[in-house]
Design a protein around this ligand. Sequence first.
Ligand code: ZN
Length: 159
Amino acid sequence: MVFANAKEFKEAVKWHFVNHCRSYKFKINYWYKVKAVCKAEPCLWSVYASSNDLSDKHSPLHVKTLVPNHTCGTDENNTSVTSTWVAERYAGDLSINPKMDVKTMKAMVRKDCMAQISRWKASRARSIVNEKFEGSYQEQYSKYLEIIVKSLRGPIMEP
Ligand SMILES: [Zn+2]
């Protein structure tokens, strides 16, 4: 699997984690090599990609190793599910329906991630999206869709 650059690779990693209700961190993070791991230790999920041509800053990143299965579980008090996380995960839904009630949001998070969130967290996430999307809604939303479509195409999206 090939990505145009580190930025694109990192966005795919990000969306994998957003969609799997988990958090990640970059253990190696340079333009020519990036390694991401699941934050839930000792989960074995990891991906490593690097360039084959260090002399060319525009060379693509090739995925060299991938451990695609999470050995971590999702739990009720998933600390990855912060209000920022909820805002990112449901940016699409919230920008279409900016007044979505917190009860609906809580139910969505419960269904998708088996996680409980407080009313405060839900309403905070809603404000984050509303503030972010104000004014540049159209542009942001199409960018968001583009990232989703791109990440859905990549094999690292397989659970
Ligand atoms: Zn994991």
